[in-house]
Design a protein around this ligand. Structure first.
Ligand code: FAD
Length: 401
């Protein structure tokens, strides 16, 4: 055991020295993504948020950065570790949850199912272009009447006399939907058909007749992200459009696990940005003749935020190492998604309040993160759903329905 005297100082932006836990390669990647966010996201994101847009050109910027499908191997993807992917999500979400959502949906919800379950033709057609950001993907699972319980979906896929698939139905809340070139759509097959009513995934080029993707307007959260309906009105697809490698809910659920993993890192980025904004603000803002950071109550708020952000980041790194070691279980992902997003929302609300009236303007990043995190809290499994997954894992008793 070392008896060396303990160091007295710490880095207020890295309370637990987590930087030292990263390899040189991970640190380089982290710094590269952080610089990209500083150069290409932060200068404009408040404006995108204000106008409710996400510029399509950003797709190719992300492609050049190498973060699209970065955790996948081959087909133009970078093939990094899971932890490296997580760190990229963290830095992107320190910019905006919309930027991280774009990258999560593209890599984990659209590219991943094609990579894991697609035919060689699907992979060759889509993955290199998607990795480069030349083609954009979206994921259609949620429907107007089917959210937390996606197996209740009503979108149907039937085989007609010619052997083609015909898709009918409506998906809702599809990130990137209106700007997508390809949609991975999950639909219930005919109970009398060869798949006996099982859910199948379909690779749907968005210029297929009968497919449309109207934008969902008037959002007050995740405004720098495109969210859409997907309308499938007799969409005719060749037999080869179905993902051959998976049948049943395992398909969409495995994609969600990939995306949730990115989110449990990303939430730490949004929370870190809020904490740092609150720290900087409290050192500059003077009331009662002193910086507000000099009041004990303010210090307590900052300390609670700093501990929360660092503890969550430690959890994310732990889960990242487990994923890379092949020992990560689905309920582990639920621990991270549930606790880290909850933490991020708490930190964002505290930071918002610490900034006083300035906390409600887009001049500071905090309220943008705070409202974004309301979506992050809901998508990819609400807190209740992750609680139920964990309750089931702990007790062995499913309590979903
Ligand atoms: P509901 O399922 O109706 O839930 C409403 C409330 O009831 C929640 O609080 C929930 O926790 C609670 N609840 C539900 N069931 C239970 C239960 N058994 N026990 C206790 N409480 C319960 N979907 C996609 O397919 N693709 C996307 O790209 C996508 N992007 C999205 C982007 C945004 C900005 C948002 C907001 C959503 C997105 N979604 C996407 C949809 C998202 O995954 C769903 O909103 C989410 O699964 C919750 O479904 P719901 O909104 O229908 O809520």
């Amino acid at each position: 055991m070392s008896h060396a005297p303990l160091r007295q100082n710490l880095d207020p932006r890295d309370l637990l020295d987590l930087d030292a836990e990263l390899s040189d390669e991970e640190r380089l990647l982290r710094d590269t993504v952080r610089r990209f966010v500083g150069d290409k996201v932060l200068p404009d994101v408040a404006d995108w948020f204000d106008r409710g847009v996400f510029p399509r050109e950003m797709a190719q910027e992300f492609g050049r950065l190498g973060v699209l499908g970065m955790h996948l191997e081959g087909y133009g993807c970078a093939g990094t570790s899971a932890t490296a992917y997580g760190l990229a999500c963290l830095e992107l979400e320190a910019g905006d949850s919309g930027a991280r959502s774009f990258v999560s949906v593209q890599g984990s919800l659209a590219m991943f199912p094609i990579w894991a379950f697609g035919s060689e033709e699907h992979k060759q057609t889509w993955l290199p272009r998607m990795a480069a950001g030349e083609a954009i993907g979206c994921f259609g699972l949620t429907e107007p009447d089917s959210g937390s319980d996606p197996s209740s979906m009503r979108t149907t896929a039937r085989v007609d006399a010619s052997g083609d698939w015909i898709l009918d139905g409506a998906k809702r809340w599809s990130t990137n939907g209106s700007i997508a070139d390809v949609a991975v759509v999950w639909a219930r097959t005919d109970p009398d058909g060869p798949d006996r009513g099982a859910v199948r995934g379909f690779v749907v080029p968005t210029d297929t007749p009968g497919f449309s993707a109207p934008v969902i307007h008037r959002k007050v959260s995740l405004r720098a992200s495109v969210t859409s309906e997907l309308v499938l009105d007799g969409v005719r697809l060749p037999a080869s459009a179905a993902l051959p490698g998976v049948t049943g809910m395992r398909g969409p659920l495995s994609c969600l696990n990939e995306a949730r993993f990115g989110i449990l890192f990303g939430a730490c980025g949004a929370a870190r940005a809020c904490y740092e904004a609150a720290l900087d603000y409290s050192l500059e803002r003077v009331q009662f003749g002193k910086p507000i950071a000099s009041f004990q109550l303010t210090q307590r708020r900052l300390v609670e935020m700093a501990i929360a952000v660092n503890r969550a980041t430690l959890l994310a790194l732990h889960l990242g190492r487990k994923k890379d070691a092949g020992t990560l279980a689905t309920p582990h992902v639920s621990v991270g998604k549930l606790d880290n997003v909850r933490m991020a929302l708490d930190v964002a609300r505290e930071a918002r309040s610490l900034l006083g009236a300035n906390g409600i303007t887009l001049e500071y990043p905090v309220i943008r993160h705070m409202t974004n995190l309301e979506s992050v809290y809901t998508y990819e499994g609400t807190n209740e759903i992750h609680t139920l997954i964990l309750g089931n894992a702990i007790t062995g008793i499913p309590a979903f329905g």
